[in-house]
Design a protein around this ligand. Sequence first.
Ligand code: CTP
Length: 395
Amino acid sequence: MSASGREVVLGVGAGIAAYKACDVVRRLQDHGFLVTVVPTPSSLNFVGAATWEALSGREVATQVWENIPGVAHVRLAQEADFILIAPATADLISRLAQGRADDLLTNVVLASGAPIMVVPAMHPHMWTNPGTMENVQMLRSRGFTILDPDIGRLTGPDVGVGRFPDTARIIENFEGMVGTTADLLGRKILITAGGTREPIDAVRYIGNRSSGKQGFAIAQAAFARGADVELIAANCPDLEIEGVHITRVETTQEMQTVLEARFDLCDILVMCAAVADAKPAYVHEGKLSKEEYTSISLIKNPDLLAEMSSRRREGQVLVGFAAETQDHLESARAKMERKGVDILYVNDVTGGAIFGSDITSGTILTRSGGKMEVNDAAKDTLADVLLDHVLFQLG
Ligand code: CTP
């Protein structure tokens, strides 16, 4: 699973500014992008493949002749939501303008329909040369976003236009092209997903129908918005989300242990998991026979959300979920007060609606009395809407 809409191919041309592109990789990752670096072959004279592989955590190739069965140029082109080429040399700009396909990067550009931003860096005479200017013009007319280079000190003693811009300027312009901002950058979010299970004997358990889809959608959306995301997944499908740390748990007790260890460090807690309210007072070691399996005595589980709320520090935002079948708004408001949460999403689950579905309907309630209806929305959409409310609460 990847953070959809956040896959970036970073093309690196053979300019000395290639070393500054290492910082661009890091900052893109901070802003929730997943980066594959595609250097031109001669750019490896400045920064080697090992550096790009270590920074991106992904394999690096420069030619279509590597990994032939993987058809890298087509795969990368299909997976890329955006292409950023930084730095771009005069030669690379010229090859792009001619529509050439003489290395992996130019092949990917030709095979992709993704928006492309180019960050040129070169000597002022090369930049202002009519050949380069015409190529830049041509690329702009084809829809490429080309960032004007900065003016300043260049590699040699010269000063002029052609300097590789600061990473901050590149990221700001890139986010402008992409159309999102990393508004949760620097925030730590802890999310629970799925449903806890309480063993009865060696084979049976008390559980619930929560699929974990909503919690995973929130984790993915928060990561895409730049947050540092930790997910506690109770009995969820074995999916990974790149960039998100997932701890798998089974019982309420296990979830409590992880929550207690992590809660103080987070800025936001989203308790999306359906926590089993009770557990068998005694767990049989083996399997109960059907003669023995007649009644189970239960003991209450702790209310994890209420426990976290009681130890919250100023500035932490708590989001709860509620699944109700009757008088759902009244009981949800009361639950919100009782558990001390800032935002509560309440589902009407009469007849088992919602569980396992990709679509959700319900109401978002806020502590300040706010109410927003959600009708047949994708769980991904709800995730972003809830995070918008969280941001508002964070101020
Ligand atoms: N929750 C929790 N610990 C529990 C039960 C619930 O942290 N033992 C959290 C859930 O993760 C959810 C919220 O509390 O965010 C509301 O869950 P819900 O099951 O609707 O609430 P309950 O307290 O179990 O109330 P009810 O009596 O309606 O089941």
